[in-house]
Design a protein around this ligand. Structure first.
Ligand code: NI
Length: 388
């Protein structure tokens, strides 16, 4: 596998950075220590510009190539935030903070992009510039959206942008991606049911919100099973049901919370419309009312066709064509790199992390073995897209 010697030589150093980040996880936009380390290292590497505080706590470093005939700027993005989980790995570098852990490998993403930045700042073997983007709050906070809204693309003149995420279950030395939708739009729903509270022994005088909400939970399952074309994809999951406080009172209200995942704008509109019909119709059937708050959160992570080819080629330059799945099936998880892909052409890729615990599991740990592979991919993207 053609991993350049200089990148192999950085493996140990980058692993140490990764483990330090792992021991000190931070959540959402509150990634002050991580962002400070990133900025400090970018300075040490000799980045030409370093800007902090983009999208609240995001950091961008600009590295200029030996020449700038192309005038192009390639953006490479990593996420920095951890998750509100308590780690159970028992590893020497396990989280030192109870209730917080890097359970999605963003520590590895940050370390790999820092390593690539070090290599690129040393070699500068490209024509144009590279913007290394470190974003906060990928896990539900929309840090990617904040950075885009803060004018990051214009400020650095970014012409195309690439993102990478580790994938448990995908063997080490493999990459996977596809042109078009790779990850789903992730929307939040809140359903508020209003009935008429009363004595549990006199249900005929009440409008029972527990019964209404129960029917809503069951009825919304018909959207995916009966309304969506079986060859298309959608998810409707109700994950929280809150009603009542005791055994002998029919509660006045009930609330449901859940998530909707879709891969196209048409499907997104359709599921939202059916949810309104079912939620409101079901409540009316039992004499109550219900209101659906449909919150559009992360859009579809949609790879641009040309950039998916460039990303696949860069991956193939590292692991060989046989190591790259170029038509992987989409996953219904969400990813806020989607906001960057709405702003600029680009592509998102999965890097094999081997047979480990899944992301968001308390036994998960980023696989340090893949660090040189990820760093080499970043280097290849730059050297291919900005040939010296
Ligand atoms: Ni993640």
């Amino acid at each position: 596998m053609p991993i350049v010697n200089r990148i192999s030589a950085l493996h140990e150093e980058v692993t140490a950075w990764r483990r330090d980040l792992h021991e000190n996880p931070e959540l959402q936009f509150d990634v002050h220590r991580t962002a400070a380390i990133v900025a400090e290292k970018l300075k040490e590497f000799g980045c030409d510009e370093i800007v902090t505080g983009i999208g609240k706590t995001g950091v961008v470093g600009l590295i200029r190539g030996k020449t700038n005939g192309s005038g192009k700027v390639v953006g490479l993005r990593a996420d920095m935030d951890a998750l509100p989980l308590t780690e159970i790995t028992g590893l020497p570098h396990a989280s030192k903070v109870p209730g917080k852990m890097h359970a999605c490998g963003h520590d590895g993403h940050t370390a790999m992009l820092l390593g690539a930045a070090k290599y690129l700042a040393e070699t500068r073997n490209f024509d144009g510039s590279v913007a290394v983007i470190f974003q906060p709050a990928e896990e539900g906070g929309g840090g990617g959206r904040e950075m885009v809204n803060d004018g990051m693309m214009e400020r650095f003149g970014i012409s195309e942008v690439y993102g990478m995420h580790n994938a448990p279950g995908l063997p080490v030395g493999r990459f996977a991606l596809r042109a078009g939708p790779l990850m789903a739009a992730a929307d939040r729903i809140l359903i508020h049911v209003e009935g008429k509270g009363g004595h549990a022994a006199k249900p005929h005088l009440a409008v029972d919100t527990v019964l209404i909400a129960s029917h809503i939970v069951a009825n919304v399952q018909s959207i995916v099973s009966r309304n969506v074309d079986p060859l298309q994809s959608a998810v409707v999951s109700i994950c929280a049901f809150n009603a009542g406080f005791t055994n002998n009172v029919i509660p006045q209200t009930a609330t449901l919370e859940g998530t909707v995942r879709t891969l196209t704008p048409e499907m997104r509109d359709f599921v939202e419309k059916r949810l309104h019909e079912i939620v409101e119709g079901t409540a009316a059937l039992f004499g109550g009312t219900a209101r659906l708050d449909y919150h559009r959160d992360y859009p579809v992570t949609r790879n641009h066709a040309d950039n998916a080819i460039y990303a696949g080629n860069a991956a193939a330059a590292v692991v060989g064509e046989e190591g790259v799945i170029r038509d992987t099936v989409p996953v219904m998880g969400g990813e806020d790199f989607s906001f960057m892909l709405e702003a600029r052409p680009g592509a998102f890729i999965f890097i094999g992390q081997g047979d480990t615990a899944s992301v968001h599991h308390p036994a998960y740990d980023f696989n340090d073995e893949i660090i040189p592979i990820g760093m080499s991919y970043w280097a290849k993207i730059v050297e291919n897209r900005l040939p010296a």
